[in-house]
Write a protein that binds this ligand. Structure first.
Ligand code: PEP
Ligand code: MG
Length: 589
C-alpha cells in the first residue's frame, strides 16, 4: 500500500470494505498470543513463575473439561474427542517439563517461555507435509491461545471490553471478534488483510462499521497517535490528521448522517419499479439482536439468518432451549413477515475458537456447512428441534447451506422428518408445513437446479460462495480479488439457469449474496427474473431507491444484453451505463 506524509499527517491507502467515515482515537487490537511480553525473572521468583504456569495449565484443563461436558450433552461427539486430545496434550512432558525447564534455564517469564516452546514445535511440525502434523499445529495454536489467555488474565481475546469509542486497528480479525464488536464502542476497523466478501466484512457491513482493509499501517504498539480518520468509502486512513482535515471529514460525516436519515424515511415507500413490478426486500441477519431496526430500514422479513454466528459468538453451541428462545424471539419480532433460518454454516473461515472439525488443508472444500451437520447429527438435530419448536410462534422456513446435490438435500430433509416425528411423539407443538429451501452456492447445485427444484420449496442464490467455487477463487484472499467477480459471464449464466428452473418448477428464488446490496447489480438481477433479495438492512433504502427509479423493461433489456457479453469488464460497463441513467433520475425526482 502506498503511504505519503503530509506534514505530520500520514495518508494510507487500503481496500474500501464498508462505507462510512469515522474520526476517533485508535486502539491497537492484538490477540494475547500476538502480544506476549518478554522479561527476565530474578532467581528468587522463579519458583513462583513455575507455579503460575502450572496454575494456568490447570485452569485451561478445567475450561476444556467444562466445554467437553457441554459438547457431549449437545451431541458434538467429534468435537468432544478433539478436546480430549487437547487435555491429553497438556499432560505431555513437552507442555510440562520442557516449559518448566525453559523458565528455569532462561530465567524468563512464563508466557514467553511457554510461547517459545510452542513456537518451536509449531515450526517443526508445519514443515512436515502430513495431515497428522498439520492437525497438531492447529491443536498447539488452540492450546496456546487458551493457556496464554489464563497467564495474561485475558480469558478470551475480545473487543467487548473497550472503555471508550475508538477505531480498531488489527493485523486480522476473525468472524467471532467482529460478531461481538459493539457499535457504540467501535467507530471503524482497519486491518492489514481481509477481502470484500469475507465473513468479517459481511458482519462489519451488517453493523454499519466503516472498514478499510489491506492497510500497511505503522507499528502502533510503540506509540498510538491521538487521533485517526477512516474513510471506508474510498479506502483511506489518515494518521495524525490536522485541524483542517478533521473539519473536512467532519462535514462528510454530517452529510452522510443526513443522507441516511433521508433514505430511512423511504421505508414506507414500496420497493417497486417505476412501472409497478415489485421486488421483495428482506434482511440478512447475523446477530441475536434487536430486530426492530430491520423493519425501520424497510425489511419485509428475514431472508437469511446466519445461525452459525450463535456458535461463533459463544465459542460453543447454544443448547436447544437457548436456540429456541433466539428463533422464537426472531419470528415474533418480525410479526406478519417470514423468517428464513439457515442451519449452521460452519467451516471455511467460519471456525470458532473451539474447533469442532479436524484439520483440513482446504477447509472451503472440506467438511463445511451441511456436510459437517450431516456428520455431527446430534448437533444438527438439536438445531432442527429448536427451529421446529419456534415454528409454532410465527412463520419460518429452513434453508440448508452448501448443498451440492440431491442426495445431500434428501439426507438433510430426512433429519427434519426424524425430528418432526420425535416432536409429534412428545406432543411438542410445531408448524406442520415448513418450507425447506436450498442455498444455491455450489456450481453443482446450480447446474442441477432442475433436479433440486423438484425436491425443495425455494432457492436462495448465495453468490458470495457461488463466485468463489465457480471461479476457483478464495473469497477471503484480497490478492485474488481481481478474479473474484460476480459479473463474470459464468455467474450470470448460472443465475439465469437457476431462475429459469425455479420458475419451471414454480418455486420461489431469491438472491442473498452481497450482490443483492450492490446498486449496479440489482437491475441485472431483476431483469433476469429475480423478485426477492435478502441483504444487509442498512443497504435496503439504497437498493429500494434504485428499484424505484428503474423500469422492468430497462432491467430486462440490460439482462438480455449482459447475457451476450464475453468478459466481466464488458458486463460491468453495461451495469454502470444503466446505473448512471438511473442515478441521473435521483436528483430530479
Ligand atoms: C453466500 O455464500 O452468498 C451467502 C449468502 O452465504 P455466506 O456469505 O454466509 O457464506
Ligand atoms: Mg455461503
Amino acid at each position: 500500500m502506498e503511504g505519503r506524509k503530509k506534514g505530520i499527517e500520514l495518508h494510507l491507502k487500503g481496500y474500501p470494505i464498508c462505507p462510512g467515515v469515522a474520526i476517533a482515537r485508535p486502539f491497537f487490537f492484538q490477540t494475547p498470543e500476538e502480544n506476549v511480553p518478554e522479561f527476565s525473572v530474578p532467581h528468587e521468583k522463579i519458583d513462583d513463575e513455575v507455579k503460575r504456569y502450572y496454575r494456568a495449565l490447570k485452569n485451561s484443563r478445567k475450561d476444556l473439561l467444562f466445554l467437553q461436558t457441554r459438547l457431549k450433552k449437545e451431541g458434538g461427539v467429534e468435537a468432544a474427542d478433539i478436546l480430549d486430545s487437547h487435555i491429553e496434550m497438556m499432560r505431555d512432558p513437552m507442555m510440562t517439563e520442557q516449559v518448566e525447564e525453559e523458565i528455569r534455564s532462561k530465567k524468563k517469564n512464563t508466557e514467553y517461555a511457554f510461547k517459545s516452546v510452542i513456537l518451536e514445535y509449531e515450526q517443526k511440525f508445519s514443515k512436515i507435509n502430513d495431515n497428522f502434523f498439520q492437525e497438531r499445529v492447529k491443536d498447539f495454536q488452540d492450546i496456546s491461545r487458551r493457556v496464554i489467555g489464563h497467564l495474561r488474565k485475558v480469558g478470551k481475546c475480545s473487543l467487548t471490553t473497550l472503555s471508550r469509542a475508538c477505531i480498531v486497528f488489527a493485523h486480522e480479525l476473525s468472524p467471532s471478534n467482529t460478531v461481538e464488536a459493539r457499535t457504540d464502542l467501535i467507530e471503524a476497523f482497519v486491518t492489514r488483510s481481509g477481502a470484500e466478501t469475507s465473513h468479517v466484512a459481511i458482519i462489519a457491513r451488517a453493523k454499519g462499521i466503516p472498514f478499510v482493509s489491506n492497510v500497511d499501517f505503522p507499528d502502533l504498539s510503540l506509540s498510538l497517535p491521538p487521533q485517526v480518520i477512516v474513510d471506508g468509502e474510498v479506502g483511506e486512513v489518515i494518521i495524525n490528521p490536522n485541524k483542517e482535515t478533521i473539519r473536512f471529514f467532519q462535514q462528510k460525516i454530517d452529510q452522510r448522517k443526513s443522507e441516511i436519515k433521508g433514505l430511512r424515511k423511504s421505508r414506507i415507500l414500496a420497493p417497486s419499479t417505476s412501472d409497478g413490478v415489485k421486488m421483495h426486500l428482506s434482511a440478512n441477519v447475523e446477530m441475536d439482536d434487536d430486530y426492530a431496526p430491520l423493519l425501520e430500514y424497510g425489511a419485509e422479513g428475514i431472508g437469511l439468518f446466519r445461525t452459525e454466528y450463535l456458535y461463533l459468538a459463544h465459542d460453543t453451541f447454544p443448547s436447544e432451549d437457548e436456540q429456541f428462545l433466539v428463533y422464537k424471539k426472531m419470528v415474533e419480532s418480525v410479526g406478519e413477515y417470514a423468517s428464513i433460518i439457515r442451519t449452521f454454516d460452519i467451516g471455511g473461515d467460519k471456525l470458532g475458537n473451539v474447533h469442532i472439525s479436524r484439520y483440513e488443508k482446504n477447509p472451503y472444500l472440506g467438511c463445511r456447512a451441511i456436510r459437517l451437520m450431516l456428520r455431527e447429527r446430534a448437533i444438527f438435530k438439536t438445531q432442527i428441534r429448536a427451529i421446529l419448536r419456534a415454528s409454532a410462534f410465527g412463520e419460518l422456513a429452513i434453508i440448508f447451506p452448501m448443498i451440492s446435490g440431491v442426495a445431500e438435500l434428501r439426507s438433510a430433509k430426512e433429519v427434519i422428518e426424524e425430528v418432526k416425528s420425535d416432536l409429534l411423539q412428545e406432543g411438542v407443538p410445531f408448524a406442520r408445513k415448513i418450507p425447506i429451501g436450498c442455498m444455491i452456492e455450489v456450481p453443482s447445485a446450480a447446474v442441477t437446479a432442475d433436479l433440486l427444484a423438484k425436491e425443495c420449496d425455494f432457492f436462495s442464490i448465495g453468490t458470495n460462495d457461488l463466485v468463489q467455487y465457480a471461479l476457483a477463487v478464495d473469497r477471503g484472499n484480497p490478492s485474488m480479488s481481481y478474479l473474484y467477480n460476480p459479473a463474470d459471464p459464468s455467474i450470470l449464466r448460472m443465475i439465469k439457469m437457476v431462475v429459469d428452473e425455479a420458475k419451471k418448477a414454480n418455486i420461489a428464488v431469491s438472491v442473498c449474496g452481497e450482490v443483492a446490496a450492490d446498486p449496479h447489480f440489482v437491475p441485472l438481477l431483476l431483469g433476469m427474473g429475480i423478485h426477492e433479495l435478502s441483504l444487509s438492512p442498512s443497504s435496503i433504502p439504497i437498493i429500494k431507491n434504485v428499484i424505484r427509479h428503474l423500469s422492468i423493461v430497462e432491467a430486462q433489456k440490460l439482462a438480455a444484453h449482459a447475457l451476450t457479453l464475453t468478459t466481466p469488464l464488458e458486463v460491468e460497463e453495461a451495469l454502470l451505463a444503466l446505473y448512471q441513467t438511473i442515478a441521473s433520475r435521483f436528483s430530479s425526482s
